[in-house]
Design a protein around this ligand. Structure first.
Ligand code: APR
Length: 229
C-alpha cells in the first residue's frame, strides 16, 4: 500500500470563508499586536482582553462556512486509498464541518475550553467569561484551549508519526513563519518525501512543486488530480 498524504494547513485555507489570516493585514487587533494578545503573559496581565479576543474569533468561526477547499480535503480523506493526515495550525472547525475526521489541531481549537488548573477540556461557550470555573475541578481557571506563543503545540508525536508514514507533504495556505510547523517541510525533505506548496502566492520556501492560486480553486483541482491518478 502506498504511503499517506500529510497536509499541513494554515490560515489561507479558511481565508475565503471570511476568517482573517495573521500576517496579511497589519496584524493588529483592538490596537494590540496579535502576538501580544495570544500569550500566557497576556492572559495573566489582562484576561478580559484575551477572552474578548477569542470570543470574537469564536463568533467569527460560528458565522463562517466551510469553503470548497475544506470540502475537497474532506472528500480526499474519505476517498483516497491511503491515509490523509489533516494537520492544521487553524483553530477553526471548518474542516470538521466539511466532513473531515481526526483533524489534528496543533494550535488548539477555539471551540474548546481548557482548565488551567486540572487540564480538563470541554466545549467552549460562545462567550467565555473571565474567571469562569472548570466543570471538573471548579477552579476559576477556564481559558481558551489555544496554544499561545511560548507554549508547546499539541499532538507533536502523532504529527511526526504521520509524517514518517507519508510519501507526500503538502503545505496549504501557510506562510511558514511559525515553528515547529514551519520545520515539517524540512523533515519531509530529509526523509525523501515529495513536497508540494498550495498557496495564494508562493511563500518562497523551496518545495518540489508549487501551485499558486486561491485555495478554493487550487485545492479542489489538485484533489481531483490526485484521485484520478
Ligand atoms: N488561498 C490560499 N492561500 C492563501 C489565501 C487563499 N485565499 N489567502 C491567504 N493565503 C496564504 C498567504 O499567502 C499566507 O502564506 O495564507 C498564508 C497565511 O499566512 P499567515 O497569516 O502567516 O497564517 P499561518 O501561516 O497560518 O500562521 C501560522 O502563526 O500567528 C500564528 O498561531 C498562529 O497558526 C498561526 C501561525
Amino acid at each position: 500500500m502506498r504511503g499517506g498524504i500529510f497536509i499541513l494547513s494554515g490560515a489561507g485555507l479558511s481565508a475565503e470563508s471570511g476568517l482573517k489570516t495573521f500576517r496579511a493585514e497589519d496584524g493588529l487587533w483592538e490596537d494590540h499586536r496579535v502576538e501580544d494578545v495570544a500569550t500566557p503573559e497576556a492572559f495573566v496581565r489582562d484576561p478580559a482582553l484575551v477572552q474578548r479576543f477569542y470570543n470574537a474569533r469564536r463568533a467569527g468561526v460560528a458565522a463562517a462556512h466551510p469553503n470548497a477547499a475544506h470540502v475537497a480535503l474532506a472528500h480526499l480523506q474519505a476517498t483516497y486509498d491511503a491515509p490523509v493526515h489533516l494537520v492544521t495550525q487553524n483553530i477553526d472547525d471548518l474542516l470538521e464541518r466539511a466532513g473531515a475526521t481526526d483533524v489534528i489541531h496543533m494550535h488548539g481549537e477555539v471551540t474548546s475550553a481548557l482548565c488551567g488548573a486540572c487540564g480538563h477540556r470541554w466545549p467552549a461557550p460562545v462567550e467565555m467569561a473571565v474567571g469562569a470555573c472548570c466543570p471538573a475541578c471548579d477552579a476559576p481557571t477556564a481559558r481558551p484551549d489555544i496554544v499561545w506563543f511560548g507554549e508547546i503545540p499539541y499532538h507533536m508525536d502523532r504529527i511526526h508519526a504521520a509524517l514518517e508514514a507519508s510519501d507526500l507533504f503538502v503545505a496549504l495556505g501557510t506562510s511558514g513563519n511559525v515553528y515547529p510547523a514551519a520545520g515539517f517541510r524540512q523533515l519531509a525533505q530529509q526523509s525523501g518525501i515529495r513536497t508540494l506548496e498550495l498557496n495564494l502566492a508562493a511563500s518562497g520556501v523551496p518545495f518540489d512543486e508549487v501551485r499558486e492560486g486561491a485555495a478554493s480553486d487550487v485545492v479542489p483541482a489538485w484533489v481531483a488530480e490526485v484521485l484520478a491518478s
